[in-house]
Design a protein. Structure first.
Lengths: 565, 350
């Protein structure tokens, strides 16, 4: 058994030089190769995108308070919903969890010092910056009014900044590919001895599945957007029937990427939830292999269902049938995950910490998002619901109720690790409640008005939908307040929060064996290999107010350099 | 600021009532989630919706119930460690993967069958050609009549042949539970059998540009063919003999062909307002031109030739009506615009 002084030496202290005090100055961040700093820069970036596009959302909802519309003209409204969608999807949701949280956590979960290609990682961040800048340039010059889907032939004929915006999206696509490639290689080559595929935390399985989709699907989007630019500028006939092209071809190309992209958005969120639920109920995850393989199954099946976005496009009856059938199969692995999370709660020791509140909210919201997908997979019902607010509500339940909730939950879960300080639990829970309540208030009424016939993308609407729109708008304000409060709690904790030790949650995955915040090299001592969900290895040490590995209560071994350094 | 915006908009809405989108029918509520069932497909589609709805309710209640129970029962208590339990149970996991799939197969089957029914062409169907363009609906019937609203007879089979002049549109009548995209460069088809008389809403369901939100009209379903034919009948030849009739002909053509983009009330829409423009010197991009018969003719045949100043790039979207309107029809439209006079407040010569 080590002495208290020894343990304090190893775990209790905050190193003088952690990753963000290790060097100073603008260039030390701008040129950093440290995955943690790149993760933080990504976090700042995607959060800015979230707040910008979120503000657009609130403006849109304010416009819809009255049936005859508010202060926006139809034209301004069209630009507003386009930018809300494009920035949220391409600049926020897709990079949010993998590039921000994943970058910070993935190498540490492997006990590694960094990702396999640190320079590629930094390059990916700068591509994100340039891509987003292009979107902003489009916004500030001639605007963009095609909807985030860029459907041809409207996108070829409109005079707005489609070329800038598609160029931006093209660049963002490469940012996404680079992150995916990096994670794929890192997981394949940098797992430490003793860590087989089934000793990986489930977050890594999720990121790995995501990386496969990013690498295989994103190039399709890239080439599609290049073809669109070529058609706009050189008038090569591809999608515009006036030139001899086929507009439905664009939809096939676009959804061949954008449906798998839905899983790029949601799979990392599912990974985060697996971590949170297990750690905060101190219970080994139930059915590890089912969850792991369901990620892979979702990634695979996600490639085969794009046609369900086109049930009304005029594609053949047989294609609609096949796509409907395959779409139903995606429901199975998604349901498996939900059941397994509930199974994990069984006989656990469940603490309703803020991350856990978000995780439980995720299960409910993703549950609604997934179940309402069944209506849309059923062709005859979808022929009515397609392009109504029912769709809008459905995908917001998955994207916001799923991914945004998981991102916030993940931020609260890893915030003590990232900043070395604990957030205020009461305010954290309050924010989680506001997000959950505001979200439901916003989007539940949209299901009803959708099935009653309220079309999406209308700047004003018929009077019978007024009451639903008003509920929805008030809900959006509450949701906005909740997200704002959550960020405020996190930022306050970063400055003034109570300092924490290495492992405040008693989590067993390797990233918690570092100090909080981690030092530049991630680990100051040799990482002790253990199963990621074997919480019996973690023992609470009152002296340090932290969990430490059981082995540290045994005679000490000389601290050595960490692996891969 | 919001209140201000609202009042201006309300005012504009009030002014637009005379020639904007047709006055909306009252919303006919069917069940809680749906408008009234006005086509032969609606009943099956709604039944399936409610089947899936109750399946979802049962599953969701199960998830919420299990979650609340587990969170309360196994909440963290000081000094109490988690009880040992198994971390996987293969039979259970296979069971909860496979059993719900059986329900999914049912949903797929019924959804596909309902869709098949919708896609089998009706016998003895009257063909209605639906011509969609930014931001106009035009319906042409077998007897040569055409109209801006869709007029149908109850219990009659219809085949809709959908065509678009420009970009994607989508033909959607919520009360009919039917939606079909309209793809430029090809025909798409859909079949319907109205089973209820009354007025229903018709929307463009695929975003099509600036004025998409205004691309909506009504469906009117009549009890008998006679009423339906009376609704679209219009004797152009009989009317054209006097000036009043020609103006009426022009007004009807205008409301069908032009009103999607041009107002006659002063409201600024996608294209210039045409109220009170006759005879004035219109300020164009690169010069002025008097609004007369030739100006109207040019605008319809060569719309890119004269662009009104405040509608310059990037707004030159007007299609040419060459081949679609003949000289006589253009004359009627010109007479109609002439009848609107040059008296509007914004028509003061500059």
């Amino acid at each position: 058994m080590t002495t208290t002084a020894n343990r304090r030496e190893l775990f209790g202290h905050t190193p003088d030089k952690n990753y963000y005090t290790a060097s100073k100055g603008f260039l030390s961040w701008a040129l950093t190769l440290d995955h943690k700093r790149i993760g933080i820069m990504y976090l700042v970036g995607v959060s800015a995108a979230l707040f910008l596009a979120g503000t657009f959302a609130l403006i849109l909802r304010t416009q819809l308070l009255q049936p005859e519309g508010g202060f926006l003209s139809e034209k301004q409204y069209n630009q507003m919903f386009t930018l809300h969608g494009a920035i949220m999807v391409f600049a926020f949701i897709i990079p949010s969890i993998p590039a921000a949280l994943g970058n910070f956590v993935l190498p540490m979960m492997l006990g590694a010092k960094d990702v396999a290609f640190p320079r590629l990682n930094l390059c990916s961040f700068y591509l994100w910056v340039f891509g987003t800048l292009f979107l902003l340039i489009a916004m500030l010059t001639s605007g963009l009014d095609t909807g985030w889907t860029f459907y041809a032939p409207y996108s070829i004929r409109t005079q707005t900044g489609v070329t800038y915006a598609t160029m931006g999206t093209f660049i963002l696509g490469f940012s996404s590919i680079f992150t995916g490639l990096n994670f794929l290689v890192t997981v394949n080559t940098m797992r430490p001895p003793g860590m087989g595929w089934f000793q990986l935390p489930l977050f890594i399985w999720a990121l790995y599945s995501t990386a496969i989709i990013q690498i295989l699907a994103t190039p399709i989007l890239g080439i599609t957007l290049l073809l669109l630019i070529a058609e706009r500028t050189l008038h090569i006939a591809i999608f515009d029937p006036a030139l001899g092209g086929d507009p439905v071809l664009f939809q096939h190309f676009f959804w061949f990427y954008s449906h798998p992209a839905v899983y790029i958005m949601i799979l990392p969120g599912m990974g985060v939830i697996s971590e949170i639920i297990s750690v905060h109920s101190r219970k080994e995850i139930f059915g590890y292999k089912f969850i792991a393989f369901s990620s892979v199954a979702i990634a695979f099946l996600g490639f085969l269902v794009w046609g369900h976005h086109m049930f009304t496009s005029g594609q053949s009856v047989v294609m609609n049938m096949v796509f409907s059938a395959i779409t139903f199969t995606v429901a199975v692995p998604s349901a498996v995950k939900v059941f397994n999370w509930l199974g994990t709660l069984y006989k656990g020791s469940i603490a309703l910490t803020t991350p856990m509140c978000y995780a439980l909210a995720f299960i409910l919201l993703f549950g609604v998002g997934g179940l309402t997908g069944l209506f849309l997979a059923t062709i005859s019902v979808d022929r009515h619901l397609h392009d109504t607010y029912f769709i809008v509500a459905h995908f917001h339940f998955v994207m916001v109720g799923g991914t945004l909730t998981a991102l916030l939950g993940g931020l609260f879960h890893w915030w003590p690790k990232i900043t070395g300080r604990m957030y205020n639990e009461t305010l954290g829970r309050l924010a989680a409640f506001l997000v959950f309540a505001g979200f439901n208030l916003t989007f539940l009424p949209q299901f009803v008005m959708g099935s009653r016939g309220m079309m999406r993308r209308y700047a004003h609407y018929d009077p019978e939908f007024k009451i639903f729109h008003q509920w929805s708008t008030f809900g959006a304000y509450v949701l906005g307040l909740g997200v704002f409060l959550a960020y405020a709690v996190l930022l306050y904790a970063m400055k003034r929060g109570k300092p924490v030790s290495g492992n405040p949650w008693g989590a067993a995955s390797l990233e918690w064996q570092s100090s909080s915040p981690p030092s530049f090299h991630n680990f100051d001592h040799k990482v002790i290999m253990n199963e990621p969900y074997d919480f019996s290895t973690q023992v609470y040490d009152e002296e340090l107010d932290s969990y430490v590995h059981r082995r540290f209560l045994e005679p000490p071994k000389p601290a050595t350099q960490p692996q891969h350094s | 600021m919001i209140a201000n915006g609202l009042s201006v908009n309300q005012l504009v809405g009030f002014l637009a009532q005379t020639d904007g989108p047709p006055k909306a029918p009252t919303f006919q509520q069917g069940s809680y989630f749906f408008p009234v069932q006005a086509s032969s497909f609606a009943k099956d589609s709604d039944w399936l919706y409610y089947f899936i709805f109750w399946v979802c309710v049962v599953f969701f209640a199960g998830i919420v119930g299990a979650m609340v129970y587990l969170v309360i029962k196994y909440r963290r208590r000081p000094g109490v460690d988690p009880q040992p339990s198994t971390s996987h149970n293969t039979p259970l996991e296979i069971a909860w993967s496979v059993l719900p799939s059986l329900l999914l197969i049912l949903m797929f089957k019924w959804g596909a069958e309902g869709y098949f029914d919708e896609q089998v062409p009706f016998d003895n169907a009257e063909v209605v050609r639906v011509k969609a363009s930014q931001f106009n609906w035009l319906f042409e019937y077998e007897n040569g009549d055409f109209s801006k609203e869709l007029h149908l007879t109850q219990f009659k089979n219809y085949e809709f042949r959908l065509e678009s002049a420009d970009v994607l549109h989508s033909f959607f009548v919520p009360a009919f539970r039917q939606k079909q995209d309209i793809v430029p460069g090809r025909y798409t088809k859909t079949w319907l059998r109205p089973i209820k008389t009354g007025e229903f809403r018709l929307y463009c369901a695929e975003y099509c540009g600036d004025n998409h939100s205004n691309m909506k009209t009504n469906v009117k379903v009549y009890l008998t063919d006679k009423e339906r034919l009376a609704a679209t009948a219009w004797d152009w030849e009989k009317k054209k003999v006097d000036s009043k009739g020609r103006i009426e002909n022009g007004q009807r053509l205008f409301s069908i062909k032009c009103a999607g983009c041009h107002s006659t009330t002063g409201k600024r829409m996608t294209g210039p307002n045409l109220n009170g423009r006759w005879g004035i010197d219109e300020k164009l991009v690169g010069g002025n031109r008097k609004v007369d018969e030739n100006y109207i003719m040019d605008s319809l045949m060569e719309p890119q030739k004269d662009i009104v100043d405040t509608f310059g790039p990037p707004n030159q979207n007007m299609p040419s009506f060459k081949g679609e309107l003949n000289v006589e029809q253009i004359d009627w439209i010109a007479e109609f615009i002439k009848s609107l006079g040059a008296t509007a407040a914004d028509a003061t010569p500059k």
